[in-house]
Design a protein around this ligand. Structure first.
Ligand SMILES: NC(=O)c1ccc[n+]([C@@H]2O[C@H](COP(=O)([O-])OP(=O)(O)OC[C@H]3O[C@@H](n4cnc5c(N)ncnc54)[C@H](O)[C@@H]3O)[C@@H](O)[C@H]2O)c1
Length: 108
């Protein structure tokens, strides 16, 4: 199954890599171009035990790819996950700006 993961942070990258490991074709989209180029070069920007091995294997087997191009990710996918950051606001509630931005991008 083709899956798009929007947000390649702690949640999105780990979930995307695990979904690829279980046989899906996963495209991870992030607005952070630096992070995407690191990942394309096989470098993992965060530490999670076993993650680097999972990413390397699935990139090599072409089940896991990375892009900053949201349209490319969305057009080719049956399921789209939004895993962008929701930092706390001063009043303690979550800032959902990134979620709305990602959802708007999917709609477009
Ligand atoms: N990290 C955790 O342990 C954890 C646990 C439970 C829930 N969560 C929740 O999961 C969500 C993601 O958290 P995280 O820790 O993975 O965040 P993170 O900051 O590690 O990653 C978020 C990623 O989203 C990217 N991003 C932001 N806006 C984007 C957009 N419009 N399009 C594409 N990419 C975009 C950022 O560049 C970043 O790489 C949050 O709602 C968080 O509260 C996280």
């Amino acid at each position: 199954m083709n899956i798009c993961m929007i947000g390649a942070g702690y949640v999105g990258l780990v979930t995307g890599a695990c979904l690829a490991e279980s046989g899906n074709e996963v495209i991870c989209v992030d607005i952070d171009a630096k992070k995407i180029s690191l990942l394309k070069r096989g470098e993992v920007p965060i530490y999670e035990p076993g993650l680097e091995t999972l990413i390397k294997r699935n990139v090599k087997e072409k089940r896991l790819t990375f892009t900053t191009d949201l349209a490319k990710g969305v057009k080719n996918s049956l399921i789209i996950f939004i895993a962008v950051g929701t930092p706390p606001k001063q009043d303690g509630s979550s800032n959902l700006d990134h979620v709305f931005e990602a959802a708007g991008g999917i709609g477009n």
